[in-house]
Design a protein around this ligand. Structure first.
Ligand code: BTN
Length: 330
């Protein structure tokens, strides 16, 4: 067994959250105690906290953990997704799933590649923020998609991605999930997830990497770094209420369906569905632009995904994606 295989095997044993004696672990992993101790250190480096049990030198995790399992995810994919998906990769640790797939796009990876990571060391959010991504505490993943020719309005694609995320959360029982333009995923005004779309050109095509981060069960300590009201699925659905593998499969199915639809008809075909998730329609907001701010009442989005904002004089202006932030005024 290589070191990595040993760490993975140890993690699989500890994932049930139960106490495991050193004797049991050494036996089941066919490892020397000193090698076991090294593997435990490696898990700590990943951000996990296996607690040492002083009585017998064993270990346990603070909470049970459903590890991402490529086979379980693949088993939950629809036939349609299977035909369009070119790769599905699951990693214990990446800098960022977006950064990873952007680099692979340059190596001419085909359209329809998905990668997930248990933890991101440098998870990235919109507007240069970072995305808190502790091991096993969320769903962190990206999809690479290639477009022949210039797709109509990529800003609409980032809204369309929000529909895929909201659909999969509804299917999981998160009935009150909604979207805040352009693509914040909210539950009762608290941030449950985020979407980061990045694009480039390679292999003669335009490629887009759509990154999605969802809070599943954030450790309180790690969440201190989040500078806005947030929520995780553990709070919404209860302890043990979420299978991350099921969520990943649901999400991939919806993403592939939405990206296929967007390829055919752009955002226009999806605008009505987006409106059904829009949490801001009819509300007075303050929109932060790169060098200014405007206030107005949200009147939904147009067929390209641009925000419609009604100003005090009754005129409705459109604002496209990019560096625009939206903050609730009341
Ligand atoms: C936001 O700021 O709301 C967007 C957050 C997007 C986070 C996800 S996690 C998976 C993917 N990889 C990244 O580095 N970022 C996105």
């Amino acid at each position: 067994m290589t070191d990595t295989e040993l760490e993975q095997a140890l993690l699989t044993l500890l994932a049930d959250g139960a106490a495991h004696t050193e004797r049991e672990l050494v036996e089941r992993l066919s490892a020397e105690p000193v090698t076991l101790a090294q593997a435990v250190r490696a898990l700590r480096d990943l951000g996990l906290e296996p607690r040492a049990l002083p009585e017998d030198g064993g270990y346990r995790l603070a909470e049970p953990l459903e590890l991402l399992d490529r086979q379980r995810i693949a088993a939950g994919l629809s036939d349609d997704t299977r035909t369009r998906l070119s790769r599905l990769e699951v990693y214990p640790l990446l800098d960022s799933t977006n950064t990873y797939l952007l680099a692979r796009a340059g190596e001419e990876w085909p359209s329809g590649a998905v990668c997930l990571a248990e933890r991101q060391q440098a998870g990235r959010g919109r507007l240069g923020r970072s995305w808190v991504s502790p091991f096993g505490a969320g769903l962190f993943g990206s999809l690479l998609w290639r477009f022949d020719g210039q797709p109509a309005g990529l800003s609409g694609l980032s809204l369309a991605t929000g529909i895929a995320v909201a659909r999969s959360l509804r299917a999981l029982g998160v009935t009150e999930v909604g979207l805040k333009w352009p693509n914040d995923v909210l539950w009762r005004e608290r941030k449950l997830g985020g979407i980061l779309l990045e694009s480039g050109a390679s292999a003669g095509t335009l490629h887009v990497v759509a990154g999605i981060g969802l809070n599943v069960a954030l450790p309180r300590q790690a969440a201190l770094a989040i500078d806005q009201p947030w929520v995780d699925l553990r709070e919404i659905l209860g302890n043990g209420g979420v299978s991350r593998n099921r969520l990943a499969a649901l999400l991939i199915n919806e993403l592939v369906e939405i990206f296929g639809r967007f390829e055919q008809g752009g955002f226009a075909d999806l605008a009505q569905e987006w409106a059904g998730f829009d949490l801001m329609a009819g509300r007075r907001v303050r929109l932060r632009l790169p060098n200014a701010a405007v206030t107005g009442i949200v009147r939904g989005v147009d067929a390209s995904g641009a925000l419609l904002l009604e100003s005090a004089d009754g005129r409705v202006n459109t604002y496209l994606g990019g560096e625009i932030g939206l903050r609730l005024e009341q």
